[in-house]
Design a protein around this ligand. Structure first.
Ligand SMILES: [Zn+2]
Length: 217
Protein backbone atom coordinates (compact mmCIF):
# COMPACT_ATOMS: atom_id res chain seq x y z
CA UNK A 1 0.00 0.00 0.00
CA UNK A 2 1.38 3.43 -0.96
CA UNK A 3 1.18 6.75 0.92
CA UNK A 4 1.11 5.25 4.43
CA UNK A 5 2.07 8.53 6.15
CA UNK A 6 -0.61 10.53 4.34
CA UNK A 7 -3.22 7.84 5.14
CA UNK A 8 -2.26 7.87 8.82
CA UNK A 9 -2.49 11.65 8.95
CA UNK A 10 -5.96 11.68 7.36
CA UNK A 11 -7.23 9.01 9.80
CA UNK A 12 -5.77 10.90 12.76
CA UNK A 13 -7.29 14.26 11.78
CA UNK A 14 -10.65 12.58 11.01
CA UNK A 15 -10.81 11.38 14.61
CA UNK A 16 -9.79 14.83 15.77
CA UNK A 17 -12.80 16.36 13.93
CA UNK A 18 -15.05 14.12 16.05
CA UNK A 19 -13.12 14.68 19.31
CA UNK A 20 -13.28 18.45 18.88
CA UNK A 21 -16.98 18.35 18.05
CA UNK A 22 -16.45 19.83 14.59
CA UNK A 23 -18.53 17.13 12.91
CA UNK A 24 -20.72 14.11 13.67
CA UNK A 25 -20.60 10.53 12.38
CA UNK A 26 -19.18 10.51 8.87
CA UNK A 27 -20.00 14.17 8.08
CA UNK A 28 -17.35 16.30 6.40
CA UNK A 29 -14.27 15.12 4.52
CA UNK A 30 -10.49 15.46 4.44
CA UNK A 31 -7.93 15.19 1.65
CA UNK A 32 -4.20 15.49 1.12
CA UNK A 33 -2.56 16.12 -2.27
CA UNK A 34 0.70 14.39 -3.21
CA UNK A 35 1.84 17.00 -5.70
CA UNK A 36 4.79 15.00 -7.10
CA UNK A 37 2.43 12.21 -8.16
CA UNK A 38 -0.56 14.47 -8.92
CA UNK A 39 -2.66 12.20 -6.72
CA UNK A 40 -5.15 13.07 -3.99
CA UNK A 41 -5.93 10.93 -0.95
CA UNK A 42 -9.44 11.47 0.37
CA UNK A 43 -11.72 10.07 3.07
CA UNK A 44 -14.26 7.45 1.95
CA UNK A 45 -17.97 8.20 1.79
CA UNK A 46 -20.21 7.22 4.70
CA UNK A 47 -17.75 5.55 7.09
CA UNK A 48 -17.53 6.85 10.68
CA UNK A 49 -14.17 8.49 11.36
CA UNK A 50 -13.40 6.11 14.21
CA UNK A 51 -13.95 3.14 11.84
CA UNK A 52 -11.85 4.30 8.89
CA UNK A 53 -8.85 2.02 8.28
CA UNK A 54 -5.73 3.08 6.37
CA UNK A 55 -6.79 1.03 3.32
CA UNK A 56 -10.20 2.77 3.26
CA UNK A 57 -8.62 6.07 2.23
CA UNK A 58 -9.26 6.50 -1.51
CA UNK A 59 -6.50 7.56 -3.93
CA UNK A 60 -7.79 9.62 -6.87
CA UNK A 61 -6.39 11.56 -9.78
CA UNK A 62 -7.55 15.13 -10.30
CA UNK A 63 -9.98 14.15 -13.05
CA UNK A 64 -12.19 12.26 -10.59
CA UNK A 65 -10.92 8.71 -11.26
CA UNK A 66 -10.22 6.31 -8.39
CA UNK A 67 -6.64 5.05 -8.71
CA UNK A 68 -6.42 2.92 -5.55
CA UNK A 69 -8.95 1.69 -2.99
CA UNK A 70 -12.23 -0.23 -3.06
CA UNK A 71 -14.33 2.26 -1.10
CA UNK A 72 -16.44 5.03 -2.60
CA UNK A 73 -14.66 8.39 -2.27
CA UNK A 74 -16.30 11.30 -0.48
CA UNK A 75 -19.13 12.74 -2.57
CA UNK A 76 -17.37 16.13 -2.31
CA UNK A 77 -14.19 15.03 -4.12
CA UNK A 78 -14.65 17.69 -6.85
CA UNK A 79 -14.59 20.39 -4.18
CA UNK A 80 -11.13 19.13 -3.17
CA UNK A 81 -9.55 18.43 -6.56
CA UNK A 82 -10.42 21.85 -8.02
CA UNK A 83 -8.11 23.51 -5.46
CA UNK A 84 -5.23 21.12 -6.21
CA UNK A 85 -5.64 21.67 -9.95
CA UNK A 86 -5.76 25.44 -9.71
CA UNK A 87 -3.80 26.51 -6.63
CA UNK A 88 -0.18 25.78 -5.78
CA UNK A 89 -0.46 26.93 -2.16
CA UNK A 90 -3.06 24.30 -1.20
CA UNK A 91 -2.00 20.68 -0.53
CA UNK A 92 -4.61 19.68 2.05
CA UNK A 93 -8.29 20.42 2.59
CA UNK A 94 -10.74 19.89 5.43
CA UNK A 95 -14.48 20.37 5.07
CA UNK A 96 -17.03 20.04 7.86
CA UNK A 97 -20.34 21.29 9.22
CA UNK A 98 -19.23 22.83 12.49
CA UNK A 99 -22.08 24.60 14.23
CA UNK A 100 -21.12 28.29 14.26
CA UNK A 101 -19.63 28.43 10.77
CA UNK A 102 -22.76 26.63 9.53
CA UNK A 103 -25.02 29.11 11.35
CA UNK A 104 -23.36 32.01 9.51
CA UNK A 105 -23.40 30.04 6.25
CA UNK A 106 -27.12 29.40 6.73
CA UNK A 107 -27.67 33.15 7.01
CA UNK A 108 -25.37 33.43 3.95
CA UNK A 109 -23.30 35.95 5.89
CA UNK A 110 -19.59 36.48 5.60
CA UNK A 111 -17.50 36.49 8.77
CA UNK A 112 -16.09 40.01 9.24
CA UNK A 113 -12.88 41.10 10.97
CA UNK A 114 -14.08 41.32 14.56
CA UNK A 115 -11.43 39.06 16.14
CA UNK A 116 -7.71 39.12 15.34
CA UNK A 117 -7.67 35.41 14.42
CA UNK A 118 -9.61 36.26 11.24
CA UNK A 119 -6.11 36.71 9.78
CA UNK A 120 -5.62 32.91 9.60
CA UNK A 121 -8.10 33.05 6.70
CA UNK A 122 -5.44 34.91 4.69
CA UNK A 123 -7.61 38.04 4.51
CA UNK A 124 -9.87 40.30 6.53
CA UNK A 125 -13.01 38.23 6.18
CA UNK A 126 -14.33 34.78 5.29
CA UNK A 127 -16.70 34.94 2.33
CA UNK A 128 -19.77 32.76 1.86
CA UNK A 129 -19.90 30.89 -1.46
CA UNK A 130 -23.16 30.85 -3.43
CA UNK A 131 -25.41 27.90 -2.74
CA UNK A 132 -25.22 24.77 -4.87
CA UNK A 133 -26.23 21.17 -4.18
CA UNK A 134 -23.66 19.09 -2.30
CA UNK A 135 -21.36 16.93 -4.40
CA UNK A 136 -21.77 19.00 -7.59
CA UNK A 137 -19.17 20.64 -9.83
CA UNK A 138 -21.15 23.83 -9.35
CA UNK A 139 -20.53 23.75 -5.57
CA UNK A 140 -16.83 23.06 -6.21
CA UNK A 141 -16.62 26.09 -8.53
CA UNK A 142 -18.57 28.36 -6.15
CA UNK A 143 -16.31 27.37 -3.24
CA UNK A 144 -13.19 27.90 -5.34
CA UNK A 145 -14.28 31.35 -6.53
CA UNK A 146 -15.29 32.56 -3.06
CA UNK A 147 -12.01 31.36 -1.53
CA UNK A 148 -9.91 33.51 -3.89
CA UNK A 149 -6.93 34.98 -1.95
CA UNK A 150 -8.14 33.15 1.17
CA UNK A 151 -7.65 29.81 2.89
CA UNK A 152 -11.15 29.46 4.32
CA UNK A 153 -14.65 29.76 2.85
CA UNK A 154 -18.22 29.19 4.03
CA UNK A 155 -20.59 27.17 1.86
CA UNK A 156 -24.11 28.61 1.87
CA UNK A 157 -26.62 26.56 3.87
CA UNK A 158 -24.00 23.87 4.37
CA UNK A 159 -20.71 24.39 6.25
CA UNK A 160 -17.10 25.45 5.78
CA UNK A 161 -13.94 24.47 3.93
CA UNK A 162 -10.30 25.28 4.65
CA UNK A 163 -7.12 24.58 2.69
CA UNK A 164 -3.42 25.12 3.37
CA UNK A 165 0.06 23.90 2.49
CA UNK A 166 -0.46 20.81 4.68
CA UNK A 167 -3.13 19.09 6.77
CA UNK A 168 -2.10 20.40 10.24
CA UNK A 169 -2.33 23.97 8.91
CA UNK A 170 -5.62 23.41 7.06
CA UNK A 171 -7.15 21.85 10.17
CA UNK A 172 -5.87 24.64 12.42
CA UNK A 173 -7.30 27.33 10.13
CA UNK A 174 -10.69 25.62 10.07
CA UNK A 175 -10.69 25.28 13.85
CA UNK A 176 -9.68 28.92 14.46
CA UNK A 177 -12.32 30.22 12.05
CA UNK A 178 -14.97 28.10 13.77
CA UNK A 179 -13.90 29.82 17.02
CA UNK A 180 -14.10 33.26 15.36
CA UNK A 181 -17.59 32.39 14.08
CA UNK A 182 -18.67 31.40 17.59
CA UNK A 183 -17.25 34.59 19.12
CA UNK A 184 -18.97 36.69 16.43
CA UNK A 185 -22.29 34.93 17.04
CA UNK A 186 -22.03 35.40 20.80
CA UNK A 187 -20.90 39.03 20.56
CA UNK A 188 -23.70 39.81 18.13
CA UNK A 189 -26.27 38.28 20.46
CA UNK A 190 -25.56 40.89 23.17
CA UNK A 191 -24.37 43.89 21.14
CA UNK A 192 -22.83 45.11 17.92
CA UNK A 193 -19.27 43.78 17.43
CA UNK A 194 -16.62 46.41 16.63
CA UNK A 195 -14.64 45.84 13.42
CA UNK A 196 -10.85 45.87 13.22
CA UNK A 197 -9.44 48.60 10.97
CA UNK A 198 -8.02 47.65 7.55
CA UNK A 199 -4.52 48.81 8.58
CA UNK A 200 -4.66 46.40 11.52
CA UNK A 201 -5.92 43.43 9.50
CA UNK A 202 -3.15 44.05 6.94
CA UNK A 203 -0.61 44.00 9.76
CA UNK A 204 -2.11 40.80 11.23
CA UNK A 205 -1.99 39.16 7.82
CA UNK A 206 1.74 39.85 7.60
CA UNK A 207 2.32 38.59 11.15
CA UNK A 208 0.39 35.40 10.50
CA UNK A 209 2.27 34.77 7.27
CA UNK A 210 5.51 34.85 9.28
CA UNK A 211 4.55 33.35 12.63
CA UNK A 212 1.06 31.93 12.38
CA UNK A 213 1.91 28.51 10.93
CA UNK A 214 1.50 25.38 12.98
CA UNK A 215 4.30 22.83 12.79
CA UNK A 216 3.74 20.09 10.27
CA UNK A 217 4.80 17.24 12.54
ZN1 LIG B 1 -20.56 18.88 3.56
Amino acid sequence: MRFIEERKQIVEFGKMMIDKNLTKGSGGNISVFVRDEKLMLITPSGIDYYKIQLEDIVVMDLEGNVVEGDKKPSSEHSMHSIFYREREDVNAIVHFHSVYASVLATLQWELPATHYLIAVSGGDNVRCADYATFGTEELARNAFDAMKDRYVVFLANHGMLAGAKDLPNAFSKAEEIELCAEIYYRAKSIGEPKMLETAETDKLKRLFNNYGQVKSN
